[in-house]
Design a protein. Structure first.
Lengths: 320, 287
């Protein structure tokens, strides 16, 4: 067990280092120079000013020392300073990270709440018309890029019905109700796409569980169908399905980037888009790495948690 | 992915009959895709208006017999713009699929053939690339290299390569454990022959599934990039660009955003269904 944990944690860390190298390398391989971009519209800037700015931002040093500086800073919680705004990257990210976390957690929660009962209903009679309707619906749901789902929701609930705000943000600390009102549509858009994935996975696990001998035993002892499904099959199917939640968390985090942009939410995703448009690499590389870290750590946590919760996984020790 | 293995013994003739319509689902979805491709390619013949012809007098007109999808903010015919926009979308998605296929199969087959340290190195690189959210990676690359049709196809293709490589490696390893492959190795076939005449033809069905999935992902990425303004730039317009423009005028005419959105959605949906159906049928053939 502990050997597995050590190996798994070490691989995750290596993966994180590798992603940081890739992100950094791509952003330095580029032809565009942020200093020139920043001065773009200003006329008659002397070469000296350009050099001074490059020096300030550390752009005149070797790529390797820039990378080590960046990573060293990250480890100390110092994310460097933005090329464009006077705030440090730490401040910018600090302002935004709460929104993204709240949105992602709400969306995954909503997706799970929608998906579990749906999967149970579908698995009760595999191949029946309810099951087929659910399959068709989830196949359509999976085709939605989250930001397209967001636009449809926006048209119906903001433009047509005027029930919910189309843009804007109220922090949780100011007004909980207003805060949630602004999050209904964004999290619905993300959940609409994530829920079908969970339904698909959980349905398959449930049907497999319902074919196991212990289900037959329970039925033989006279348990009702509902009890068999909820107490015997669902409990055994949920654990393998938990693995998919890690994946879905990452997927939602990725989808949140554009959903935040569509609804004008001040999160990490819209920060990434804004910095990409301005070529503010200092911010872009850190936000990207942060979201990678979020994804890698979630996968790690889910892996370790399901191993801890499900002793059956521990017996397959040989390939750990 | 989560299609259930059908227990062979339980298949009564009646159940088999019920399963018959399945291939037709593949036919229907492939047919719709083909129709879309033909419509888009034949845009000059199908559209009755020039996609860039402006007529401010009829800006934001709703759907009518003259303008099926209505008009946009400058009075351009939206039906024509969606058709022509589809050409760019198709071009980028198609290019990306080709890039991902070439890069991904080489990557995956090489890993499968060499094993050992090469395999380890190639696959760990794929893992690292796959840990970066695709859209963010695309934003990083496009803001670095600039948005042009060629760059978009290349960047998206490279982004899809690791998943393709993983798939190619898995199916290659499966094939390599079969007798015909062992026989080819035993009679001394060269590596090139093993790759091109033995592995490739036998894995092409599963790689086609991956290609359909890649096409859908490529369309999503292209639409996302164009939507935030880092993709196809006006006056050229892909479906993503049209969606972005429609989104800016939601309160003037929400139909403007709906038509490009539906085009994107329908294509992705059909691609997913095709991938699903192809996947289950080739798995069934194997079992």
């Amino acid at each position: 067990m502990s050997r597995y944990v050590i190996i798994r944690v070490a691989t995750s860390l290596l993966l994180l280092v590798a992603t940081s190298v890739i992100v950094f390398a791509v952003l330095r391989a580029l032809p565009g120079d942020p200093v020139i971009t920043r001065l773009g519209s200003t006329q008659g800037v002397s070469q000296e000013t350009i050099d001074r700015l490059r020096e300030q931002l550390g752009l005149d040093r070797s790529v390797v020392s820039q990378y080590l500086d960046w990573v060293g800073g990250l480890l100390h919680g110092d994310f460097g300073s933005s090329y464009f705004s006077q705030y440090s990257v730490t401040t910018l990210i600090g302002q935004r990270i709460g929104t993204t976390l709240e949105l992602t957690i709400l969306s995954v929660g909503l997706a799970v709440v929608l998906a579990v009962p749906t999967a149970v209903v579908a698995a009760l009679r595999p191949g029946g018309w309810v099951d087929r309707a659910i399959s068709a619906l989830s196949s359509l749901g999976m085709a939605f890029p989250p930001f397209v789902a967001a636009i449809f929701l926006l048209i119906v609930f903001s433009v047509q019905l005027g029930w919910l705000p189309a843009r804007g943000w109220v922090p949780l600390s100011e007004d909980v109700g207003e805060n949630l009102r602004h999050l209904v549509l964004p999290s619905a858009a993300l959940a609409a796409v994530a829920a079908p994935l969970i339904v698909r996975y959980l349905r398959a696990e449930l049907i497999e569980a319902l074919e196991q001998p212990y289900v037959r035993t329970a039925e033989g002892k006279g348990a009702t169908r509902g009890r068999v499904v909820l107490h015997h099959a669902l409990r055994n199917a949920l654990l393998p399905a938990l693995t998919s939640v890690g994946l879905i968390f990452g997927y939602t985090l990725g989808g949140a980037v554009l959903v935040e942009y569509v609804f004008g939410l001040p999160g990490l995703g819209s920060l990434a888009v804004e910095s990409a448009l301005r070529r503010d690499y200092a911010v872009l590389q850190t936000v990207t790495l942060l979201l990678c870290a979020g994804f890698i750590l979630t996968t790690l946590a889910v892996d370790l948690a399901s191993r801890w919760l499900d002793p059956r996984l521990r017996t397959v020790r040989a390939d750990g | 992915m989560a299609e259930l293995p059908v227990p062979a013994a339980a298949a009564t003739p009646r159940e088999r009959l019920r399963r018959l319509p399945r291939p037709s689902l593949l036919a229907v979805s492939a047919g719709i895709l083909l129709l879309l491709v033909v419509l888009v390619l034949a845009a000059p013949l199908v559209a009755r208006y020039d996609p860039n012809e402006q007529d401010p007098a009829i800006a934001f007109a709703g759907s009518s017999w003259d303008h099926w999808f209505g008009t946009d903010d400058l009075g351009r015919d939206l039906f024509a713009r969606v058709l022509y926009g589809g050409r760019l979308t198709l071009l980028i998605a198609g290019g990306a699929v080709v890039v991902a296929f070439l890069l991904g199969t080489t990557w995956g087959f090489l890993a499968a053939l060499r094993r050992g340290i090469v395999d380890e190195l190639l696959m760990r690189t794929a893992d690292a690339l796959m840990a970066i959210p695709q859209l963010l990676f695309a934003l990083v690359c496009i803001s670095a290299f600039g948005a042009s049709t060629v760059n978009l196809a290349l960047v998206i293709g490279v982004l899809l390569a690791p998943t393709t490589a993983r798939m190619a490696r898995t199916v290659a390893l499966q094939e390599m454990s079969r007798d015909y492959y062992a026989a080819a190795v035993a009679y001394g076939a060269r590596r090139r022959r093993l790759l091109l005449s033995e592995l490739l033809p036998n894995t092409v069905a599963l790689l086609a599934v991956q290609a359909a999935i890649n096409a859908a992902s490529a369309m999503i990425l292209e639409a996302s990039l164009s939507f935030v303004g880092l993709g196809i730039q006006p006056p050229d317009a892909s479906w993503g660009t049209l969606l972005k423009e429609g989104y800016q005028f939601l309160y003037q005419r929400w139909g403007y955003a709906v038509f490009p959105a539906l085009a994107i959605l329908l294509t992705i949906w059909m691609l997913n269904v095709v991938a699903d159906q192809l996947g289950t049928s080739s798995n069934r053939g194997r079992a």
